[in-house]
Design a protein around this ligand. Structure first.
Ligand code: SF4
Ligand code: SF4
Length: 366
């Protein structure tokens, strides 16, 4: 397993976490076994929003004796009356549900306390000024919530929470379909969404990724909105390459799904290569580096994707990224202008001139 550090707090988060949205499909034994195997494989980050309440006791049994090593992401607004999932902003129900979830899990705190599924401006106003956010802030002050955050599909809503300066982690839906389509499959243009990822990274706010496979649609040629299938490994790598992303949270139905997701860890560069998305990316994605490194190997040894990512982040005001760039042993000025990457790049990025631009930018920073 690989881990990434939460900027505000330093907790090490496994790059693959677990979503609970589909796990109720299995028996209680299978749920407990799957969570246990996930922990054994090094997964330490769990999203606790479930499609029904059934998995909670199974999670509790699997977590027993190792709670302190695990990071739970719990949602304020997901409730399970009669065991069925429901969405609410009724504060008394939220408080009661949170207490019940803690009880079922045998814990007295959550690592992440998230406003659940907030996409509308009106809802955002209500949460921020109607009492829920204050309640969550009080729990944070009391140590019951370690980090505040939210889950959303809407970049503008995430920005409103970033403005509070109180958010450490955000759950956002990221996959090539949502990033490159407009309207139907994702909220916000490709440019707006990628700007949001950079803003999160700049503010030290981590992103946990929901819907990395677009609800499974991207995995099948017939169901993919682009009529091209991607593998789970490609989708995971795509999400992990976005700035700010710390962990990807696929929903698994049982052990078989878990193993399919964990296969990412053993996959080689070719299996992880998601540059095939260039075939269905819209024209405005032309010439924009997505950090996929399909253009490797660079004869000069440059990490083309990483250099481009640091540049984009630095221009967005991310001081840390600028520092990371300066620590690279091979920087843009080592580019030989050989043209190899330009010939390989499926997005037709003019990388020779871009390397020149990057070198000049960072030279000017010294
Ligand atoms: S230049 Fe092209 S191939 Fe290379 S990392 Fe950027 S998008 Fe990928
Ligand atoms: S043009 Fe520069 S960055 Fe691209 S492959 Fe050649 S040396 Fe590497």
């Amino acid at each position: 397993m690989q881990y990434r550090a939460l900027p505000h707090g330093g907790e090490k988060i496994s790059v693959i976490g677990l979503g609970m949205g589909s796990i109720h499909a299995g028996s209680e034994e299978e749920i407990e076994r799957t969570v246990d195997r996930a922990i054994e494989a090094g997964i330490n980050y769990f999203d606790m929003a479930a499609s029904e309440g059934k998995p909670y006791p199974c999670y509790a049994r699997a977590f027993a004796g190792r709670r302190e090593k695990l990071l739970l992401q719990m949602h304020f607004g997901a409730v399970y009356e009669g065991g069925r999932y429901g969405w609410t902003r009724e504060q008394s129900k939220i408080e009661e549900s949170f207490r019940e979830q803690l009880r079922l899990l045998g814990t007295d705190y959550t690592d992440m306390g998230f406003v659940h599924c907030i996409d509308e401006e009106d809802d955002c106003d209500q949460v921020l000024s109607g009492g829920l956010w204050d309640y969550m802030k009080a729990l944070k002050a009391a140590g019951v919530i370690r980090h505040l955050g939210l889950s959303s599909h809407n970049p503008e809503i995430v920005r409103r929470f970033l403005e509070t300066g109180l958010v450490d982690m955000v759950m956002f839906s990221i996959n090539p379909a949502y990033d490159y389509s407009t309207g139907t499959y994702g909220i916000g243009s490709a440019e707006n969404r990628s700007r949001l990822y950079r803003e999160c990274e700049r503010e030290g706010v981590g992103i946990s990724v929901m819907k990395p496979f677009g609800g499974g649609q991207l995995l099948g040629e017939r169901t993919s909105p682009f009529r091209r299938a991607l593998s789970k490994t490609q989708c995971i790598q795509y999400a992990l390459d976005r700035p700010g992303v710390l962990t990807v949270l696929p929903g698994v139905r049982g052990e078989e799904d878990l193993q399919a997701v964990l296969a990412y860890l053993d996959a080689g560069a070719q299996e992880r290569d998601y540059s095939a998305i260039s075939a269905f990316a819209p024209p405005n994605a032309e010439g924009v580096c997505v950090y996929c490194n399909h253009c490797q190997p660079c004869p000069a040894g440059l990490d083309v994707g990483l250099i481009n990512k640091y540049y984009d982040l630095a221009r967005a005001g991310d001081v840390l990224a600028a520092g990371h760039y300066q620590k690279l042993s091979l920087k843009a000025d080592a580019c030989l202008r050989c043209g190899h990457c330009e010939a390989r790049c499926p997005f037709h990025v003019k990388q020779e001139s871009r390397m020149e631009e990057i070198a000049a930018y960072f030279q000017g920073q010294l």
